[in-house]
Design a protein around this ligand. Structure first.
Ligand code: NAG
Ligand code: NAG
Length: 256
């Protein structure tokens, strides 16, 4: 009996508090929500000379990309595009976070980083299982972006996409920047020796696995420059961003 009354009191108290809260709060709550929605997100265009945008290329393969364009580039004076791929556990965001997109745009290049099919924000796109599929994919991306002959930056896993393109369509690349790419051994030494595309071979001196392995093939490219990043591991551009950016800008300036 006593216990029952106790429960009743708790119930009544609980109900009263609920009703009280309901009476006190309704005018404030929805507004709070509205206000939150209106708060502007951090402005990606705070650097006045650069336009940064994100978008999705449509096709059979919805491809998400981030792009930094120098805003004051004069018509016709705009320099060429730099297309950035990414490694297995990375995405286009890696190049944004590292500042690479902005740095390239600041120097007058149109910098575009994509999320490869099956990665980052392109998760829903089917990964390409054949060499031809991956080559055609990159060619289609380049066409959609309106860039005929970009400089291609290709770390690690993305070598599966970039190396077939380099070796089968060298005329479509203004320059090539391999960073310890996967898949170099799929091609013969004679194939590398025929490619005249100017190449900047970047690797971390501590990357004794893929770094030194890919170097054996890549240094057969006749027109190459070596850029060993002292103390860098496999993702050496993350370990030594300043050295990486300096070497990249130097290489690009020679292609202009
Ligand atoms: C914008 O461009 C001008 C001239 O090219 C330069 O002097 C200035 O430092 C740039 N501003 C920023 C924020 O990069
Ligand atoms: C090699 O590449 C550089 C750019 O890095 C270019 O200026 C030069 O003309 C190229 N040399 C040959 C022989 O193609």
């Amino acid at each position: 009996m006593g216990l029952g009354r106790h429960k009743l009191i708790v119930l009544v108290l609980g109900l009263s508090i609920t009703v009280l809260l309901y009476l006190l709060l309704p005018s404030g709550q929805p507004e709070e929500g509205d206000r939150k929605a209106e708060v502007p997100r951090s402005d990606p265009q705070s650097n006045m000379n650069i336009t940064v945008r994100t978008a999705t290329l449509t096709g059979d393969w919805p491809t998400f990309y981030r792009e930094a364009i120098p805003r004051n580039a004069l018509e016709g004076a705009e320099r060429f595009s730099v297309l950035l791929l990414h490694g297995q556990i990375f995405s286009s965001k890696t190049w944004e976070d590292l500042g690479t997109l902005n740095i390239l745009a600041e120097h007058g290049y149109r910098a575009v980083a994509i999320d490869l099919p099956g990665y980052g924000e392109s998760l829903r796109a089917q990964p390409m299982s054949t060499e031809k599929g991956r080559t055609d994919y990159l060619l289609q991306v380049m066409e959609s972006l309106g860039t005929r002959q970009p400089v291609l930056i290709s770390p690690s896993m993305s070598g599966l996409f970039s190396l077939p393109l380099l070796l089968q369509h060298p005329d479509r690349l203004r320059g090539f920047v391999p960073i310890a790419p996967v898949g170099t051994k799929s091609f013969k030494p004679e194939q590398y020796k025929q490619i005249q595309v100017p190449s900047l071979i970047v690797y971390g001196t501590l990357d004794t696995n893929l770094g030194s392995q890919s170097l054996e093939s890549l240094q057969l490219l006749p027109n190459h420059t070596l850029s060993p990043l002292e103390g860098g591991g496999h993702a050496c551009y993350l370990d030594r961003p300043e050295e990486f950016h300096a070497a990249l800008l130097m290489f690009l300036s020679k292609l202009s």
